[in-house]
Design a protein around this ligand. Structure first.
Ligand code: ADP
Ligand code: MG
Length: 252
């Protein structure tokens, strides 16, 4: 099997800060790769480089063996790179329906939503039901997006991203601000996405329990550099990793 995503010596600087330093790794379809490291290590920057929000200063990014280093973000989304953000991104003071119609990363899939919202009863119905079942979400399309509590908005953002049929899903700190149950639903969704849908998942998460539980392997970043790449068990006992985390207590 070929990797669905590959980073080759990717670098990114912000002034004097090296946020990504020669980062190389690959992600296989159906696998979950954890991205961990202290605050400011460059985790979110990497997701932004992969989704095309930032352009790297050096190195290359490949999606499905095609070089996408210079491909604009909306095209990458259309190609099948989905993502969610540390803080869910929705239109404020708008209905849930509008937020689905205007999903920023949905690109060409918009027609799909329009036809769905216009006439129910397609396969889409089943798929959508399944996603809502996994996340235990219930809502009315006309509800204001802000009527949903934070945790539900985060879950809904994952559902929205899943509906675009991504082949790679970038998930930035899904469990932050969620209660235990919602955290379980996130894990169920990630399992469904990877194991059942074959999506390659990149997961940034501070909850070590979640990371250890769900990731096939883990990349550890410190000051933009990959300091370890291994399976969860080996990462947990890696002295270099433990060292990098010393003194790290605060959350983003
Ligand atoms: P993490 O997600 O691991 O906490 P980030 O990727 O957000 O880390 O940030 C890595 C480093 O890059 C930090 O020092 C941060 O301040 C810096 N950085 C990130 N984005 C920008 C930006 N748009 N402009 C300037 N500096 C940035
Ligand atoms: Mg971050």
């Amino acid at each position: 099997m070929k990797p669905i995503l590959r980073l080759e010596q990717v670098s990114k600087r912000f002034g004097g800060v090296v946020a990504a330093d020669d980062v190389t790794f690959e992600l296989m379809p159906g696998k979950v790769k954890g991205l961990i490291g202290p605050n400011g290590a460059g985790k979110s920057t990497l997701l932004n480089l992969i989704s095309g929000i930032y352009a790297p200063d050096g190195g290359d990014i490949y999606f499905d063996e095609r070089k996408i280093t210079q491909t604009p973000a909306h095209k990458r989304a259309r190609m099948g790179i989905g993502r969610t953000f540390q803080t869910p991104r929705f239109l404020q003071r708008s209905s849930i329906r509008d937020n689905f119609l205007l999903g920023t990363d949905l690109g060409d899939k918009l027609g799909y939503f329009k036809s769905y919202l216009g006439c129910r009863g397609s396969d889409f119905d089943k798929e959508f039901e399944k996603l809502l079942q996994i996340t235990h979400l219930e809502f009315d399309w006309e509800d204001d997006i802000n009527s949903l509590p934070f945790g539900k908005r985060k879950l809904l953002e994952i559902v929205r991203a899943m509906l675009a049929h991504p082949r790679v899903m970038l998930i930035d700190e899904p469990a932050a601000g969620l209660n235990n149950k919602e955290g379980e639903y996130v894990m169920d969704m990630i399992r469904y996405a990877s194991r059942e849908q074959g999506i390659g998942v990149m997961l940034i998460e501070h909850s070590m329990e979640m990371v250890m539980n769900i990731c096939d392997d883990i990349v550890v970043l410190s000051f933009g550099k990959v300091i370890a790449k291994d399976e969860p068990k080996a990462i947990a006992t890696n002295p270099v990793v433990i060292e990098a985390y010393l003194g790290e207590e605060t959350d983003d």
